[in-house]
Design a protein around this ligand. Structure first.
Ligand SMILES: Nc1ncnc2c1ncn2[C@@H]1O[C@H](COP(=O)(O)OP(=O)(O)OP(=O)(O)O)[C@@H](O)[C@H]1O
Length: 239
């Protein structure tokens, strides 16, 4: 088998004296979805933040495309960041309220000093199923589902290999969830994207993920193929 795209080994995240993530290890290959599940407070988001190099771990290794991310300075991380991107739960909160959709999608490229080529923003909008006429609107003029598609378009702008999806559809109306998940599935098939997928909905995890890692109290206690996930996997035990 090829080398994993992401290899996390013995990751430790602490907040003061509290250990939120305790020697967590996992790997994700190109084109694969690994779901991270577990009770509230077990350390899923902290694992995601450290994987994204948005929180410096107290120990362990995060190896992405052969680069060891821990210990890199922000200046060294900057050129790598477009390759691993987050999509967070709150579609409105992830966007600047005063930035028009067109500029919100172009923003990550400008931050990389790579202004979008003519038509690039429109292509990204079409890729995520947004009508290009929405480019002049502000986030509050869009629905939650449309905003989450903007968030995905922003994440795609730098041609990532890995998306870290932290509860990407939990805040959405059930009627629009399937559309966003179908989009993510299609993008994975087209581009071989890898996903680290944090989700509370076990039925959805079983449908969407390839493998599942179960966290409890900062540790991964089980990893298995998603189809073998019991729908009561989270019912017992402390966070
Ligand atoms: N910024 C922070 N400062 C202090 N403690 C924190 C901080 N962020 C998280 N924690 C603590 O770390 C632990 C893990 O939190 P984390 O948010 O990673 O869990 P989670 O599994 O993602 O929870 P949820 O499903 O509720 O989002 C919890 O005990 C939480 O209170």
């Amino acid at each position: 088998m090829s080398d994993p795209l992401l290899k996390v080994t013995d990751l430790v995240v602490r907040y003061g004296r509290h250990t939120a993530v305790d020697r967590v290890s996992f790997e994700i290959h190109a084109g694969e979805t690994l779901a991270l599940i577990g009770p509230s407070g077990c350390g899923k988001s902290s694992t995601a933040l450290a994987t994204l190099a948005l929180r410096r771990p107290a120990g362990g290794s995060v190896r992405f495309e052969g680069h060891e991310l821990t210990g890199l300075r922000e200046r060294e991380l900057r050129p790598l960041r477009p390759r691993f991107q987050p999509v967070f739960q709150d579609p409105y909160g992830s966007l600047s309220p005063r930035l028009r959709i067109r500029d919100a999608i172009a923003e990550p490229l400008r931050a990389q000093r790579r202004p979008p080529a003519t038509g690039q923003v429109e292509t990204l909008m079409e890729t995520v199923g947004l009508d290009t006429s929405l480019g002049d609107r502000l986030p509050h003029e869009l629905s939650g589902g449309q905003c989450q598609r903007v968030g995905i378009a922003r994440a795609l702008a730098g041609e990532p290999r890995l998306l870290v999806l932290d509860e990407p559809v939990s805040a959405l109306d059930p009627s629009v969830r399937a559309g966003v998940l179908n989009l993510l599935t299609a993008l994975q098939e087209d581009r071989g994207l890898a996903y680290l997928f944090i989700c509370h909905d076990l039925a959805l995890v079983r449908h969407f993920a390839h493998r599942v890692a179960v966290m409890r109290q900062g540790r991964i206690v089980d990893t298995r193929p998603a189809r073998e996930l019991s729908l009561t996997a989270l019912d017992s035990g402390p966070a």
